[in-house]
Write a protein that binds this ligand. Structure first.
Ligand code: XIL
Length: 369
């Protein structure tokens, strides 16, 4: 009798255990839970777009309804040689989304990073102007009516809200941002047009973004939304700044999106997401503390932060149109390789085995409570 009881308890424990790790087939997923609130997106790597990652594929189909290419639609990949375009992966993504009844966000037409090297090195206004115009026209027109929106310009601002010095700003002037939107509007009349940046929930940079959006509008050019990237840090999520930003951007009459959400759990000596920035002391071994697993305390912190964020997003669901995570699972996250290569990071809702983490359940619970 006692032995039977023991076996039963063990069986229940095991069932309970797996039950809490894997959502049952019929449990509503992210895109279902938030269906009436905002769309739920993820960024796909080139391998994932090519269907080489079967585990990701099944998770993506279940959990998400809007897709961004993590890299494949950036100018260095779409126009690797001047005047030669490669649409293979972009087209594949669009087709995958069509088959699965999902939307696509184009990321990104004009960005100073991940520019092809021939464009980075341009010194004449004529060349930059030609590249700028042709790239926007060719790419935006190809995907018009096929994708929902474009991040027309990415990361044009400094932390103090002034316009960043880039090859575009230096040779075309500060107005290049408005010009990019003007060209995109002509080439893609049926596509939504967004400005996207990190740290634009921070007051000074936010003021700069508001100025930029107003300038675009005052020039009679269309801008439909703003993307707050959302590369934040567990334990330090700036909820008040995020809420203020949602309110301020929405008051301009445009859509607000969280476009690249992840919560860093590893030590970092700066905030934001400037991809050329590196850690000051990369040799410090304490910078990669969780190679054999995430301690419970950090796991709990991550879950609590995600819950608070989604409660905030739900509070302002009338202003937020989309929340996109920057990657499908922890193993894929760019934060394993930036700002220091070879780290083990845990910033997303799904772990390296594609299983939902405690943060996943907290996000789902945010809707119930
Ligand atoms: C990142 C990708 O995730 C990496 O794979 C790539 O090496 C660098 O770029 N802000 C953006 C994204 O707008 O395009 C960046 O994506 C992350 C920061």
């Amino acid at each position: 009798m006692q032995k039977k009881l023991k076996t039963l308890t063990l069986a229940l424990l095991v069932a309970g255990c797996t039950g809490s790790q894997k959502p049952a087939i019929d449990e509503p997923t992210l895109k279902e839970v938030f269906n009436d609130d905002f769309t739920i997106g993820t960024a796909l790597s080139a391998d994932q777009i090519e269907g080489k990652d079967a585990a990701a594929d099944s998770l993506v189909r279940k959990q998400f309804n809007v897709l961004t290419a993590e890299n494949s639609m950036k100018s260095m990949f779409l126009q690797p040689e001047w005047g030669k375009f490669d649409f293979a992966l972009g087209d594949k993504l669009v087709e995958y989304a069509r088959q699965n009844n999902m939307q696509v966000i184009g990321h990104t037409l004009i960005w100073h990073s991940q520019l092809p090297s021939y464009a980075q090195g341009m010194t004449s206004k004529d060349s930059v102007q030609t590249f700028f115009r042709d790239h926007i026209q060719t790419v935006a027109s190809r995907y018009d009516q096929k994708i929902l929106g474009w991040d027309v310009v990415n990361e044009a601002l400094n932390e103090d809200g002034t316009i960043r010095s880039t090859v575009f700003q230096r040779l075309l002037g500060d107005d290049y941002v408005t010009e990019a939107f003007r060209l995109a509007q002509q080439a893609a009349p049926d596509t939504e047009l967004y400005y996207n940046d990190y740290n634009i929930e921070q007051p000074a940079k936010r003021a700069g973004a508001v100025r930029l959006i107003r300038q675009i509008r005052e020039a009679g050019v269309r801008i439909d939304g703003v993307g707050i990237q959302g590369h934040w840090h567990a334990g330090k999520v700036p909820l008040k700044d995020i809420e203020d930003s949602i309110l301020e951007y929405a008051a301009l009459g445009i859509k607000v999106m969280i476009t690249e959400l992840d919560l860093e759990v590893l030590p970092r000596d700066f905030t934001g997401a400037e991809i050329s920035q590196r850690m000051k002391d990369p040799a410090d071994p304490s910078l990669n503390p969780y190679t054999s697993g995430l301690p419970d305390s950090v796991q709990t912190q991550l879950a609590t932060d995600y819950e608070a964020l989604f409660k905030l997003f739900l509070k302002h669901k009338d202003k937020i149109s989309r929340v996109t995570f920057w990657g499908v699972n922890d193993g894929q996250s760019w934060l394993n390789g930036w700002p220091l290569p070879g780290r083990t990071n845990y910033p997303l809702l799904f772990d390296r085995e594609y299983q939902p983490k405690p943060a996943y359940y907290k996000v789902i619970d945010a809707k119930k409570n």
